[in-house]
Design a protein around this ligand. Structure first.
Ligand code: NDP
Ligand code: 8X3
Length: 259
């Protein structure tokens, strides 16, 4: 059902909204009448997106500019939300990245720390900050963006471990929050064409392009569709785990590339 332009009186917070999945998710929910909190480190991009989303009539948009790796920044951003923004219905923990692609003996400690601090600790910090607001209202939905990389592939070591942690953390908090009527959904996408590979290869567009050679990957809109579907199911239905790949990808290690 399309609720386009109808005011939903519901609020979504999505981390990492300055690019890729997060931006597409913000757009999808805004187009369907949700109030949106967008977050990310790149302030200018947040400002541009805020202006764009506000063109949907009847919705409110708030930008929060923080680094998910900084616990104090995360807590301060959420604890200082104006009262009208505290009723967060849906949290999408999306901010994340891969940096580098090496065998473990050639790994770079700074790359590992960026991945673990963002994908694991940052996601946990945001969940810690937002979940009490949901518990207080006995209502909410936390959607964590993991990856097919929860199943390991060569050179993926620390990134794969970080996404396995997101998977297990999602299962664990679903148990913790069960009695609080809070849904927890883990979404595990496969290869998708966003800025992800540019970040992984530290700006090397040629290497990033090779990732998708001979493949029609997922798009950010495909993931936004899936998130929207999970978030708009009846109150008694929760998708716990959803793995999505493009048709040319079977799992984390197996693709079929056309010449
Ligand atoms: P993009 O690089 O396009 O977007 C990543 C987003 O994360 C950006 O908005 C970025 O914002 C934000 N982010 C990164 N680090 C931080 C930080 N420290 N603090 C706050 N925000 C941060 O990649 P995708 O959209 O593809 O990635 C989104 C999620 O999906 C990630 O968790 C990724 O691991 C996962 N994923 C991606 C797949 C793919 O193939 N694309 C497949 C499976 C999972 P900013 O830099 O402004 O802070
Ligand atoms: C992103 C997909 O296969 O590059 O998580 O790890 S993959």
């Amino acid at each position: 059902m399309n609720f386009k332009y109808k005011k939903m009186n519901k609020t979504l917070l999505v981390t990492g909204a300055t690019s890729g999945f997060g931006k597409a998710i913000a757009r999808r929910f805004a187009a369907n009448g949700y109030n949106i909190i967008i977050t990310g480190r790149r302030k200018e991009r947040l400002e541009e997106l805020e202006t764009e989303l506000k063109s949907h009539s009847g919705i409110k948009v708030l930008s929060l500019n923080f680094d998910v790796r900084n616990y104090n920044e995360v807590m301060s951003a959420i604890n200082n939300l104006p009262d009208e923004w505290k009723a967060i219905d849906i949290l999408v923990n999306n901010a994340g990245l891969a940096v580098g692609l090496n065998h473990i003996d050639k790994g770079v400690v700074d790359d590992w720390e960026r991945m673990i601090d963002t994908n694991v600790k940052g996601l946990i910090y945001v969940t810690r900050a937002v979940s009490p607001l949901m518990v207080e209202r006995n209502s909410g939905h936390i959607i964590n963006i993991g990856s097919v990389a929860r199943d390991p592939y060569e050179n993926g070591n620390v990134y794969c471990a970080s996404k396995a942690a997101v998977d297990t953390f999602s299962k664990a908090i679903r148990i913790d929050l069960l009695k609080n009527n809070i849904k927890v959904t883990h979404i595990a996408p496969g290869m998708a064409d966003t800025e992800f590979s540019i970040v992984r290869f530290k700006g090397d567009a040629e290497k990033a392009g090779i990732t998708y050679k001979g493949i029609k990957p997922l798009t950010a809109d495909d993931i936004a569709d899936a998130v929207f579907y999970c978030a708009t199911l009846p109150a008694h239905v929760c998708i716990n785990d959803l793995e999505i790949t493009c048709t040319q990808q079977a799992n984390a290690t197996t693709n079929f590339r056309k010449e």
